[in-house]
Design a protein around this ligand. Structure first.
Ligand SMILES: Nc1nc2c(ncn2[C@@H]2O[C@H](COP(=O)(O)OP(=O)(O)OP(=O)(O)O)[C@@H](O)[C@H]2O)c(=O)[nH]1
Ligand SMILES: [Mg+2]
Length: 496
């Protein structure tokens, strides 16, 4: 691949400029096939779906959440430590499992079907035997985003190969979904360590923190998720956590997985249980043991009880029976109601808004991280010029600032009065990227009107950026909006 010639128009936007720098870096290292090849894979990824790592504590529910997000059971989950190997779940026209060895070879293990037992076995290989597993399946849930489940932080696999292997796979992902039941120092330290790289520090926009297994909070009480939401809000107040994420979202992955795979047979069993007299069923649901050992009604045997418990958890089971008792009488309605209870939709929406919709900014981040890593690892005469270009791009990466402001507004971390909030979101592109939309102008607005609007908005936000009643974070946010208004003005008057 050649660098773009002088005749090509200058690339637009941060991603275009990052891509051009990647191409120049590839050309610069063309006599070093390994480095150039590594950079080429980064370039090729720009035409593939966004990559999100699903990582976090051992047994934090990563595999279960992958299944819940995809809507089918493709990631084996277990009570024993299981996922030892980085496992990529991506869209493919037909189901296929491919093993990548640490020596760079690939082997197609199975084609045409995904056998959970095979995946389970392969995930137990050691990282020095299997570098990664790639599971392809034609699931719509994977069309916009590829998921990469990593071994748990502090798992045996990670201890053996060192944290750098995990940091490496995280640096290969455009976005990170980090799972922990309760954020502790280890989680915060780990997330800080992966944000140590310069580019990552400049753009802390790629992480969502999930408080997983949230149904277990408060002993699986029916208010478990509300309690977890209050905890999440408190964590978001913590400056250490806020330095790498603006989203802390509780989720009950098991309940979501169980709901999305609920079949008619289990639905009927749930219905039979819900038909029992209120106090008798409440008594059974006091503990998992009571529930599995209970004998009423006759039609629901011990095996079915265990399956229901494994697939929904005690919380999911209690909520399902409550919903049935309240008259939710259709499998699809029960499924939707349980999905809502699980908060999986809130998480999916955050992933969509933060990652999928904003993928250009995230991809630019990944590309610049790759260039930074290469320039650091292989400095040579002449690479200073590339470094200078990287520095300039980083200094002018306003898209990242804008994304942070938008995330802050959405997560409630930044609080602006209603009309200002709406205006800020609009200017920053939340409703669409076109100048007219950003300026809130009617579709038939004349260029002159757009220029006037941009000028007025720029003045308003400049004043807000200097408003002593705002704290520093809000003044900075206002400056980001102001800068975008000025850029719009420049574009509209033919200067940009
Ligand atoms: N109650 C409850 N249990 C869960 C939830 N998610 C997972 N589990 C259970 O926790 C255990 C581990 O779940 P996995 O999804 O395999 O967790 P993991 O993080 O992938 O585990 P490793 O890959 O081995 O680190 C299983 O027994 C799951 O059924 C949840 O949301 N609620
Ligand atoms: Mg797992």
């Amino acid at each position: 691949m050649n660098a773009p010639s002088d005749a090509e128009p200058p690339p637009a936007g941060l991603l275009g400029q990052a891509r051009a720098l990647l191409l120049r870096t590839m050309t610069f290292y063309r006599d070093d096939p390994r480095t150039a090849g590594w950079l080429r894979t980064r370039l090729e990824r720009l035409s593939e779906p966004l990559r999100m790592a699903v990582t976090g504590r051992v047994k934090s529910g990563k595999s279960t959440l992958v299944n819940a997000l995809v809507g089918t059971e493709i990631a084996p989950s277990d009570t024993e430590e299981r996922t030892q190997v980085n496992t990529v779940f991506r869209y493919g026209d037909e189901p296929r499992i491919t093993v990548h060895t640490p020596h760079g070879t690939q082997q197609h293990v199975s084609r045409g079907k995904l056998d959970p037992a095979t995946i389970r076995d392969l995930q137990r290989w050691r990282p020095d035997e299997v570098a990664r597993l790639v599971i392809e399946t034609p699931s719509p849930g994977l069309q916009a985003i590829t998921l990469i489940e990593t071994p748990g932080v502090a798992s045996t696999a990670v201890q053996e190969t060192g944290r750098s292997a995990l940091a490496q796979i995280l640096s290969e992902a455009d976005a990170v979904l980090y799972l922990t039941r309760q954020p502790q120092q280890t989680d915060v330290q780990f997330l800080h360590s992966v944000h140590e790289l310069r580019v990552a520090r400049r753009a802390p926009i790629n992480t969502v923190l999930a408080l997983s297994r949230a149904d277990e909070v408060a002993a699986g009480d029916e208010d478990a998720l509300e309690t977890a939401e209050r905890r999440a809000a408190r964590h978001l107040e913590d400056p250490k956590i806020r330095s790498f994420t603006q989203h802390v979202i509780p989720v009950a992955g098991l309940c979501a997985q169980g709901a999305s795979t609920l079949d008619r047979q289990r639905f009927e069993a749930l219905r039979a249980l819900a038909a029992l007299d209120g106090t008798r069923i409440e008594d059974q649901l006091l503990s998992a043991e009571r529930f599995t050992k209970a004998t009423e009604p006759e039609g629901v045997d011990a095996g079915t009880r265990q399956t229901l418990l494994n697939e929904l958890g005690l919380f999911g089971l209690r909520r399902a029976l409550d919903l049935l008792a309240q008259g939710v009488g259709e499998p699809t309605r029960l499924r939707d109601a349980l999905l809502e209870e699980s908060r999986i939709g809130v998480l999916q929406e955050a992933v969509h808004l933060q990652f999928v919709e904003r993928q250009e900014a995230l991809r630019a981040r990944s590309v610049l991280m790759a260039v930074d890593m290469v320039l650091r690892a292989h400095p040579r005469p002449g690479s200073r010029q590339l470094r200078g270009e990287l520095d300039r791009l980083l200094a002018n990466a306003h898209e990242w600032d804008e994304l942070r402001v938008l995330s802050g507004l959405w997560s409630g971390q930044l609080r602006l009065p209603h009309p200002l909030r709406q205006e800020a979101e609009q200017v920053l592109g939340a409703r669409g990227p076109h100048p007219g939309v950003r300026l809130g102008a009617p579709p038939q607005a004349q260029p002159r009107e757009l220029v006037e609007r941009a000028g007025a908005l720029a003045r308003r936000w400049r004043a807000l950026a200097a408003d002593p009643l705002f704290d520093r974070a809000h003044r900075q946010a206002a400056r980001t909006v102001q800068r975008r208004c000025e850029r719009l003005l420049l574009t509209l008057t033919g200067g940009g």
